[in-house]
Write a protein that binds this ligand. Structure first.
Ligand code: 5AD
Ligand code: FES
Length: 354
């Protein structure tokens, strides 16, 4: 226990561990050690962001996808999925509902849907920024060319989420069909950072075949990339995918990794994800208490909510945006946090002044 605890201290002091040290730490974790870690994580969380948890309004604007990732419920081959696309007007309505609720970030997330042209996407970004100049726009629309990322940035997009999913090439191939590679994914992330986006990466916890060595590699990749945001959540099987019968990830390991991420890169924007809230009714609260400081309630019209089903039993598919917002505010209040009405940009420096 002591030598493992010392690894947490080392991570805090040096912000780096070797591959072997990561594996020892991840494999040697225990409930006591987790408590030790979470205390440190909360200390850093408070130094950078106080007790603020930032809300991002998630707009799932298309569930068409050209990709066929083995874990994902909206993969091309899932013929059961009922496909939809929101119009620009519907997307603007989501923002109209979200703004008075206090959202100052809109996240446009979708499958890799070729029907939206570069021009259309740029036009949507520009229109949101024109109408809501005090809001940030985050895109989460997959792998694209450097030029496309650049065009969207110039149209006003502030942030981009693209989880690397797993940093290890063979494991990447276990999760994705041929044609998709960890290398290309990482290249996209480097492009996004270079262009100037606040960039988010991340991975699923407990995806099929994942080992402590893979997680070590994920942590090391994140350390090198130095993203502004990292989204991690448990893998949850979806009945209409090749991974239907695989085991899901655990709350316990997800929380431990959230704590490690906060201690390694203390200024991170770190969501307590919907998938964490799906496998445990208190999952998001536990995530915040392990170091997370972002929540991403849904602003999509309730009529399409159930259709954006990446995994089974996803929560909040029936609730209106206002209900989720109030529910989260109450839940956070109970554990001593507040839902912040601000853009919630990444901070280079510690010391919370909010
Ligand atoms: N379980 C958990 N997370 C999933 N994602 C996709 N499918 C699943 C699943 N079955 C995650 C991926 C993707 C993000 C939008 O959702 O990490 O990047
Ligand atoms: Fe959606 Fe609680 S956050 S109902």
């Amino acid at each position: 226990m002591d030598h493992i605890q010392a690894l947490i201290d080392k991570l805090e002091a040096e912000s780096r561990l070797s591959r072997e040290e990561w594996i020892t730490l991840i494999e040697g974790r225990s409930p006591n050690l987790a408590e030790y870690l979470f205390e440190k994580a909360r200390k850093w969380q408070h130094r950078y962001y106080g007790n603020n948890v930032f809300a991002r309004g998630l707009i799932e604007f298309t569930n068409y996808c050209k990709n066929d990732c083995y874990y994902c419920g909206i993969r091309r081959s899932n013929k059961e999925a009922q496909r939809y696309r929101l119009t620009k007007e519907q997307i603007m309505e989501c923002c109209q509902i979200g703004y008075p609720l206090g959202f100052r970030t809109f996240v446009l997330q979708g499958g890799e849907d070729g029907k939206f042209s570069q021009e259309e996407l740029e036009d949507i970004v520009r229109t949101i920024k024109d109408n809501y100049p005090d809001c940030a726009v985050t895109l989460s629309i997959g792998e694209r060319s450097y030029e496309s990322y650049l065009g969207l940035f110039q149209a006003g997009a502030d942030r981009y989420l693209l989880r690397h999913e797993t940093a290890e090439g063979n494991h990447y191939s276990r999760l994705h069909p041929p044609g998709l590679s960890a290398e290309n994914r990482k290249q996209c992330l480097r492009h996004l950072k270079e262009i100037g986006y606040q960039t988010g990466t991340g991975f699923m916890v407990g995806s099929p075949g994942q080992t402590a060595a893979h997680l070590a590699q994920d942590m090391m990749f994140i350390r090198e990339l130095e993203p502004h945001m990292v989204g991690i959540g448990p893998f949850i099987p979806h009945h209409g995918t090749p991974f239907a019968k695989e085991a899901g990830g655990t709350v316990e390991l997800t929380l431990f990794l959230l704590g490690l991420l906060r201690v390694m890169l203390p200024g991170l924007l770190l969501p307590a994800t919907t998938s964490l809230g799906t496998i445990d009714p208190k999952g998001r609260e536990k995530g915040v208490q392990a170091g997370a400081n972002v929540v991403m309630p849904n602003l999509s019209p309730t009529s399409v909510r159930k259709k954006y089903e990446l995994y089974d039993n996803k929560i909040c598919t029936g609730e209106e945006a206002a209900e989720c917002r109030d529910c989260l505010e109450k839940r956070l209040g109970k554990i001593g946090y507040r839902l912040a009405v601000s853009r919630g940009d990444y901070k280079e420096e510690k010391l919370c002044t909010m």
